[in-house]
Design a protein around this ligand. Structure first.
Ligand code: FAD
Ligand code: SF4
Ligand code: SF4
Length: 388
């Protein structure tokens, strides 16, 4: 079985042929960075792969990573082909083209502006800001508290985002212009950077503060950040509960399955149709025999001699909001591990005209392509202010 996340040549051709070349380009207008599938697919169909790559990379600095993980809610949701049978698999096409045909350029964009801009955070928003600044002729310096680029993307399991993918996009960006990165550098005071050589600061620090469930026994629950960063620490635990119903919870559930768990339950506070995962991911969970319990929330965790007991409450949607169903408490016993995958929030922001926030720290819990769009917009604000 082909386990590669990339389309092979035949699959790529078949998928390219499905595109209707819609003149109105609805797929482009639904993409937060305005990548144009209509254009890059047309180029690829005509054998103009350089043109296809130019079309993708002129709008998207992380074309490869986006191709592998962009959710279906953007370009694919707008795809007209869905009216005939099913949408064109645009992200998969994008990933296959970039993987196969993107060449690293050796022509750096010259630094035409004397000003340097600081970017705090090397996740997608920070990377996109750096890319946009370099193209506008600015020098960009990224300060990143960890030792890697990629931010939250690094928690995505390699089955979905193979190792080296982020670096592939990153090394392409570095060939374009002067971007330096200071790793292991935590910036707590962005205004201090303005007192150094920097004319502006883009804060792209993500939303790393975990949200509390505020339930008794919460200290026994393992956060997704710990679980996904070190899954081997929790290998071979048979019975696992995951609290949450989005992409992060999906990754926790599939990691648990890969880690040989035999009984994985997802507790989802809202309805099945509200889960923020693609239909294909729901199918994967079902195939892996993950029990999904919608309209159920965690109420209490207790440590027992062996494992944990989890008490849950059913929820219902009444008068525009989710409420608890009276007398619906239910005790579930024998869990070896309970994981919290309900998202996170950003640290408080400071207000300063030369400090601009971008990405998940601005629009909590978004997607890679929205974080990229936000980083590009922040760079645009800085360059427009500086040139006016
Ligand atoms: C498990 C998981 C699965 C996901 N799956 C998908 C998916 O399938 N599709 C999708 O589109 N999106 C997905 N996402 C969401 C996506 O990863 C985020 O939306 C995106 O990474 C946000 O980018 P960002 O640059 O705003 O923030 P982040 O990626 O969080 O990057 C912030 C960076 O800032 C650094 N930083 C923080 N504070 C400081 C400081 N004070 N000084 C210096 N550096 C600092 C951090 O170390 C980090 O590198 C997933 C996220 C997770 C966690
Ligand atoms: S909407 Fe779909 S079919 Fe139409 S151009 Fe875009 S990808 Fe092709
Ligand atoms: S960047 Fe993502 S959303 Fe935009 S066209 Fe490409 S795959 Fe679709």
């Amino acid at each position: 079985m082909n386990k590669s996340p990339y389309l092979d040549d035949l699959q790529l051709k078949a998928e390219l042929d499905r595109c209707l070349s819609c003149p109105a380009k609805p797929c482009m207008y639904s993409c937060p960075v305005h990548c144009c599938p209509q254009e890059f697919i047309k180029c690829a169909k005509e054998g103009d792969y350089a043109g296809a790559i130019k079309s993708i990379t002129s709008n998207n600095p992380m074309g490869l990573t986006c191709g592998l993980i962009c959710p279906e809610q953007f370009c694919m949701k707008a795809c007209v082909r869905a009216k005939i049978d099913r949408p064109v698999r645009i992200p998969a096409i994008q990933a296959a083209l970039v993987k196969k045909y993107r060449q690293k350029t050796s022509h750096k964009i010259p630094c035409s502006q004397r000003q340097s801009i600081a970017i705090v955070g090397a996740g997608p928003a920070g990377i996109a800001a750096a890319w946009a600044l370099v193209q506008a002729g600015y020098k960009a310096t990224i300060f990143e508290k960890s030792a890697h680029v990629g931010g939250a993307l690094r928690l995505i399991p390699s089955a979905r985002l193979p190792e080296g993918t982020i670096e592939d996009d990153w090394s392409y960006i570095q060939t374009l212009g002067e971007v330096s990165v200071c790793f292991n550098s935590t910036i707590d005071d962005p205004v201090a950077l303005l007192k150094q050589e920097f004319a502006g600061v883009i804060m792209a620090i993500g939303d790393e503060e975990l949200i509390n469930l505020n339930i008794p026994g919460e200290e026994h629950i393992v956060p997704y950040t710990e679980y996904l960063a070190h899954p081997q620490r929790y290998a071979r635990l048979p019975k696992i509960a995951i609290i949450g119903g989005g992409k992060v919870a999906f990754d926790c559930a599939m990691t648990a399955i890969d880690n040989h768990a035999s009984d994985v339950t997802m507790l989802v506070r809202r309805a099945l149709s509200d889960m923020k995962i693609d239909p294909s991911e729901l199918q994967q969970l079902q195939q892996a025999k993950v029990h999904i319990e919608p309209m159920t929330k965690a109420a209490c965790v207790q440590k027992e001699d062996k494992g944990y007991t989890l008490e849950t409450i059913s929820t219902t949607f009444v008068q525009g909001q989710w409420q608890e169903v009276p007398d619906s408490r239910h005790k579930r016993t024998g869990f070896d591990l309970i994981i919290k995958a309900i998202g996170s929030k950003s640290k408080p922001h400071i207000t300063h005209p030369q400090v601009i926030y971008a990405g998940d720290c601005k629009n909590e819990g978004s997607t890679i392509v929205e974080a990229l769009a936000s980083g590009i917009k922040a760079a645009d604000i800085i360059t427009t202010t500086k040139s006016s």
